[in-house]
Ligand binder design. Structure first.
Ligand code: SF4
Length: 383
């Protein structure tokens, strides 16, 4: 893979490994999950099925949410891409003559890079302002037209709830059907993210009728429909951003966040970034995995991360997103791996092939695995 993005990624990985980042590797939630659930695996299955069902019916849920939210006299601003969103927000701020904004950066707001863009437009970012607040709700609830808000502190809660103009920004996939869904998902999130039983400061916010238009909600796609279009990849949209997969990923524990240069990092980033950003800019991430399956075991949404990474590799191969050399190597390896006779070849032949196909391309030189003198079938037939 010869893209510039790949070269930068590899160079940043090397730097991160040399720095020997002190990444927290402790991930043991057995005690707390036992305390909270009779069967943790049943709870995971229930939550994963629920989220999957909602993602499969996302169009219906969004229409229902729109209807119930609009009934309260508020309007939803839909944005497909980031550019439309930023234009709409700037237009709104201009109309309301707002020159100062208080932004609470959660993951999606960070993904959109709003702070940078507002600063470029001479909007003052002030953490003290209650004039206009930009905040990311955790979920939209379609049956009631409400927003589920999760705050990091009482001060944050105070700023958001008291703000003269509240601008909420939400990615399209964070939609639930009913208020009852929140408890299980929040519990799984807080256990995996912070090893705590519950989210401490939350509220369900339903804007009132005639509240002088002080609530603006933006629901943004920003590449999510690229994942929705692929049946297998939809599952990735059920991610609740708990970071459990990162904490058990042997690659992430070596390189950390930096080489990703993105708000997403770790195993789920390897799956989704080629679709949220560009295939050419991010395809190398899908090869940044040794398929150990640790992430799949811990994911509370049962997302088959390693299967999706393999699916990505297939897509890139089939769509010719990989360069000629890479495709050639895959073809040769495939030819060998599915042919019993070739697999039983003399050791020197197999070593030569590995040297030619793999060793020369290793980023960090290391010895290749040694081939056994006999294959399993040969050993078995000798017995
Ligand atoms: S992929 Fe699973 S484990 Fe990783 S952040 Fe998302 S929900 Fe958590």
């Amino acid at each position: 893979m010869e893209t510039n993005e790949y070269k930068f990624f590899i160079s940043d990985c090397k730097k991160a490994i040399e720095k020997n980042n002190d990444i927290d590797v402790s991930f043991n939630i057995d005690d707390i999950s036992l305390k909270n659930f009779k069967s943790y695996s049943y709870a995971k299955k229930k939550a994963a099925n629920l989220r999957q069902k909602y993602i499969n019916n996302i169009d219906e849920l969004l229409v229902l949410f729109d209807k119930n939210f609009s009934e309260k006299g508020n309007e939803i601003n839909w944005a497909i891409e980031y550019d439309t969103l930023i234009e709409d927000i700037l237009k709104l701020l201009r109309e309301k003559k707002i020159k100062e904004v208080n932004i609470f950066e959660n993951k999606f707001v960070e993904e959109l890079g709003l702070v940078k863009n507002l600063k470029q437009e001479d909007i003052n970012i002030s953490s003290e302002s209650k004039k206009c607040v930009i905040f990311e709700p955790k979920y939209a609830i379609s049956q009631t037209g409400s927003l589920f808000l999760d705050f990091k502190s009482a001060l944050e809660m105070d700023f958001v709830m008291e703000a003269e103009l509240k601008i909420f920004i939400l990615p399209i996939n964070n939609i639930l059907k009913s208020i009852e869904d929140i408890e299980l998902l929040s519990q799984l999130y807080s256990i995996n993210k912070n090893k705590t039983d519950y989210l401490s400061l939350t509220t369900i916010y339903t804007p009132k009728i005639n509240n002088e238009n002080n609530v603006e909600l933006f629901i943004v796609d920003n590449g999510r429909t690229n994942l929705l279009e692929l049946k297998e990849h939809r599952k990735a949209l059920t991610c609740i951003d708990c970071d459990a997969c990162k904490k058990v990923c042997p690659i992430y524990l070596m390189i950390g966040d930096e080489p990703y240069n993105n708000v997403f990092s770790g195993p789920i980033a390897n799956v989704i970034l080629p679709f949220l950003e560009t295939v050419d800019g991010c395809k190398h991430l899908s090869f940044n995995c040794i398929l150990c399956g640790n992430c799949v075991k811990v994911c509370p949404m049962n997302i088959p991360i390693t299967d999706l990474i393999i699916a990505n590799r297939n897509i890139f191969f089939e769509n010719r997103n990989m360069d000629f050399n890479e495709r050639y190597k895959v073809k040769v390896l495939k030819k060998y791996l599915i042919d019993r006779k070739k697999l039983s070849n003399k050791i020197w032949k197999k070593e030569l092939l590995m040297k030619f196909l793999v060793k020369r391309k290793l980023t960090i030189p290391r010895p290749l695995p040694v081939f056994s003198k006999s294959t399993f079938s040969q050993i078995k037939s000798q017995k």
